[in-house]
Design a protein. Structure first.
Ligand SMILES: [Zn+2]
Length: 475
């Protein structure tokens, strides 16, 4: 301990800093308040300092050479006009730019201004998509217009073109000003995969079809869901309309709110066309998949109605909507639980979804309304009968939008979330009954949709294998 203390003492001596010497002029105050202690020595000194400063400034100012000002010349008459013509000013203020020089003796006045021999221009198709209107606006005469329209129709061009389509037009020389210029050539993209080129030859206008190579291989987009399925799909380049379709189709078989998690992978195949000129066009969602370990989902569009089917040929719409209320979270599961109001354990015959009052409640499948009104502890209740043996019940509603006997379709609004009856806060109590007994809604399945069978199922499977094989990643 003693050794440590001595080491510390040595340290203190070695490392002590030398005292900094105080500056001599520390107390000399140059800025003196002249309103304070008038007449004192300090005041006089301040006054002298001020005098010195003023004198110094004046003497410096006198020695700076004077800058030259304007020449003092005053412009008048023609000289003034000359200068005015040269100045730059706003045209809106009537500023004359430059000077008009009178023609010299060599100049000859023409009786009329000569026309340009040909006019090259790019016309654009307007909002209505009319080729005729765009050409007429560009100055094409009736005769040429009729010829072009009939040639275009013969070459397989659609009647309406996308607004903004560019028409490369060349108008030729005319005999007199009273007739429209003849069309020398015209070229435009008539369709995603077709260009038309019109040229004037010996026998009038002729059209040439120039096909544009289009790659119509569907694209496959896969990725991890991460924090938000929607954000991940947008980031992967999926158009908004396709995202909406994907979420809707998947929603028939998976509870997207609760069951889709960050590690899951989405898997979409979308109809897609890409022209050799680079433009791309998105089509329908063809395949909606979700890869989640053992519980994977694969749905494919099939048939004239564009319905989605599972791999086993079951319609995707077969299931019940898993969360029959928008923007909800599961707050209480099916099974035995302690009742918050009654104060003892009993069977919870349904599941609860916490949601704000007024949130729309949806029919989880199509069916017929069999109850719509007050039902004691259930508060305002709607019950919908599906097929012969299944009923879904929606309790504690704040509003009811249907009446007994109404037919409802899957996803239709039947009421709004509330807290009526025996309820501690706004939520939807949702029950599914099969053959007169409550079942766990998370496991209930409603069998009424289409089922592909036989040859149709074979075709479906072949098509599914085909698009999975040909689809390629988005480039
Ligand atoms: Zn409940």
């Amino acid at each position: 301990m003693a050794l440590l203390a001595s080491v510390a003492a040595v340290d203190a001596r070695t490392w002590a800093l030398p005292r900094i010497r105080e500056p001599v002029l520390r107390d000399l105050e140059l800025v003196v308040d002249l309103g304070d202690r008038i007449g004192s020595a300090r005041w006089w000194r301040g006054l002298a300092t001020l005098g010195l400063l003023v004198a110094g400034t004046v003497s410096v100012g006198l020695s700076v050479p004077r800058l030259p000002a304007g020449s003092g010349e005053v412009l008048t008459g023609p000289l003034l006009e000359e200068r005015r013509a040269l100045r730059i000013g706003a045209l809106a203020d009537g500023s004359p730019h430059g000077r008009v020089v009178a023609p010299g003796p060599a100049a000859v006045r023409l009786s009329e201004i000569p026309e340009r021999p040909r006019i090259e221009l790019v016309a654009r198709v307007g909002a209505g998509g009319s080729l005729e209107a765009a050409l007429r606006r560009a100055g094409v005469g009736r005769e040429d217009l009729d010829a072009i329209l009939s040639l275009a129709a013969g070459a397989g061009a659609p009647r309406a073109l996308p607004a903004g389509t560019e028409l490369a037009l060349v108008l030729g020389r005319r005999e007199t000003r009273s007739v429209p210029r003849p069309v020398e050539s015209l070229a435009f993209r008539a369709a995603f995969d077709l260009r038309l080129a019109f040229t004037r030859g010996e026998g009038g206008l002729a059209v040439e079809r120039i096909p544009i190579a289009v790659d119509s291989t569907p694209v496959r987009i896969q990725g991890e869901v991460g924090r938000s399925l929607h954000v991940a799909l947008r980031a992967a380049g999926v158009p908004a309309a396709v995202i909406a379709d994907y979420v809707r189709q998947l929603g028939h078989v998976v509870d997207i709110q609760r069951e889709v998690r960050g590690r899951d992978r989405f898997d979409l195949i979308v109809a897609h066309r890409q022209a050799e000129t680079g433009e791309r066009e998105w089509g329908h969602l063809l395949y909606a998949g979700l890869v989640d370990g053992p519980r994977s989902v694969a749905l494919m569009r099939f048939g004239p109605k564009g319905e989605f089917y599972r791999e086993n040929g079951e319609s995707a719409r077969r299931g019940l909507i898993r969360t029959p209320v928008e923007g909800a979270r599961l707050s209480s599961n099916f099974g035995m639980r302690f009742h918050p109001i009654l104060g003892y354990s009993r069977m919870h015959q349904g599941i609860d979804f916490a949601a704000p009052t007024g949130a729309p409640v949806l029919a989880s499948a199509g069916g017929k309304v069999v109850a719509a009104g007050w039902a004691g502890g259930y508060g305002n209740l709607v019950a919908v009968q599906h097929g012969r043996n299944m009923v879904t019940r929606y309790a504690h509603l704040s509003r009811i939008h249907v009446k007994v006997g109404d037919s409802v379709s899957q996803g239709q609004r039947i009421g709004a979330v509330g807290s009526t009856g025996l309820s501690t806060g706004p939520h939807l109590h949702y029950e599914v009954w099969v053959d007169g007994k409550p079942v766990n809604p998370a496991q209930a399945r409603y069998l009424s949709g289409n089922q592909l069978e036989g040859a149709e199922l074979q075709r479906f499977r072949a098509e599914l294998a085909r698009i999975r094989q040909i689809a390629r990643p988005l480039s």
